[in-house]
Design a protein around this ligand. Sequence first.
Ligand SMILES: [Zn+2]
Length: 119
Amino acid sequence: MKTCPKCGRKQEDSVITCDCGYDFTTEDIIKESSTISLPTSSSSKYPALKTISGIYKFLAWIVGFGSCASIVAFITLSTDIIYIVYSVIGGFFLVISLFAISEIIKLFINIEYNTRNKE
Ligand SMILES: [Zn+2]
């Protein structure tokens, strides 16, 4: 039997750590687990970028719906085929670009977040 110098509790000789947190091997009090800093969420670090990313995604949807509406309008009004082609190509690339920007911003946030964690 051995007595804990911190709390005075009697412990078996095989016991490594006392119930109070005292470590018999290092003769030190085990630090509270709460002192271990947990990485905070990336979402809280870049609220502006997240918002911009969201705006671009929202714009992409608006443009997408707008393009579809104009294509339907052009077809309905039986306008020159070239306007329909321009709407399809223009709308398509604009939507893709806006989605790409949105994804790149998210990618940037993730890369920065991962790089920070590795350090
Ligand atoms: Zn103790």
